[in-house]
Design a protein around this ligand. Structure first.
Ligand code: ZN
Length: 103
């Protein structure tokens, strides 16, 4: 999937930002980033906001895609830190991941 890399420093992001939070310049180039990563940390949401209530309980996880890039992911399945997860879909600008090997 597509990500963005600052042209001036190693900062990477998945969402378009107006300027780089690390060096504050405004030029980015598109970069292909892996759609598979590892669960870095997660929280289980049992009482969800109304728009996500139908999915609860679910996990909001920080997934490392590369050593510099972590993204916030929604995962419905049970997970543990260190699990490999793969992008399932982008829903309402949210990245929905699922454990690798689970169909
Ligand atoms: Zn930068």
């Amino acid at each position: 999937m597509k990500g963005y890399q600052c042209t001036n420093c190693p900062y990477e992001t998945m969402v378009e930002v107006a300027f780089c939070p690390q060096c504050r310049q405004q030029a980015f180039k598109e970069k292909e980033v892996p759609n598979i990563g590892e669960v870095y940390s997660f929280t289980t949401i049992r009482v969800a906001p109304p728009e996500f209530a139908v999915f609860a309980p679910y996990q909001v996880a920080l997934v490392s895609l590369t050593d510099k890039l972590k993204i916030t992911a929604f995962i419905q399945e049970d997970i543990a830190i260190g699990d490999s997860v793969i992008l399932k879909e982008v829903r309402e600008k949210a990245f929905v991941f699922k454990p690798v090997g689970l169909e």
